[in-house]
Unconditional design. Structure first.
Length: 200
């Protein structure tokens, strides 16, 4: 049995609540919903939000640090307009920013060509997944590439291949996906769209 397959009961018998060495998170960042626009077509064009969001304070207040092992690594998705606030979340959760783990270059849903998104200045495309560590997590050298070319799925969903790349990078460690939309094999999950394995 791998460490990632240990149950909550086994962790409790070992002396406490389950801790994770890998935390993968895609918070529902707050955005302008453009409700002042009069037509449905205009709102769609400007990228209205299709899911419940949280305020920055609500995201910061999540007790993510309580489920982080002493040696834990965080992979945190962020969009370009929110770069100015993401570091307050990283600090509130008890982590230190290290680098960009992955840059997702969005392809069209068909897989052909590069997707052209919306934007107030230039047309947006990439999203960043930041790498942050909690206390002492040893650095790793691997052939895992930062650039991820993958088709755009439903609104805000992230490429499944990123989970595989995380495991390839850090190994088969106890791991959880926060704000998950589906249950992936080997991962615990937490979120309002899944049956959560923990409470936060």
């Amino acid at each position: 049995m791998s460490r990632a397959e240990l149950t909550l009961a086994e962790y409790a018998r070992a002396g406490g609540p389950k801790k994770y060495q890998v935390i993968y998170a895609d918070p529902p960042w707050p955005y302008q919903t453009w409700t002042r626009l009069k037509t449905k077509k205009a709102r769609k064009k400007c990228g209205s939000i299709e899911y419940p969001t949280m305020t920055l304070a609500e995201i910061c207040d999540l007790p993510v640090g309580t489920i982080a092992d002493e040696h834990c690594i965080l992979f945190l998705w962020i969009t370009m307009p929110k770069l100015n606030v993401v570091f307050s979340v990283i600090e509130a959760w008890g982590f230190i920013y290290k680098t960009v783990a992955f840059t997702w270059v969005k392809q069209n849903p068909s897989g052909n060509g590069i997707y052209s998104g919306l934007g107030h200045w230039t047309l947006a495309n990439p999203e960043l997944c930041l790498l942050c560590t909690h206390k002492k997590f040893p650095s790793r050298k691997s052939p895992v590439k930062q650039l991820v070319f993958a088709p755009r799925g439903r609104h805000s969903s992230k490429p499944a291949i990123v989970r595989d790349k995380i495991i390839e990078l850090v190994g088969d460690l106890p791991r959880i996906e926060l704000f998950a939309r589906e249950k992936a094999p080997g991962w615990d999950v937490w979120g309002n769209e899944v049956e959560s394995d923990i409470e936060l």
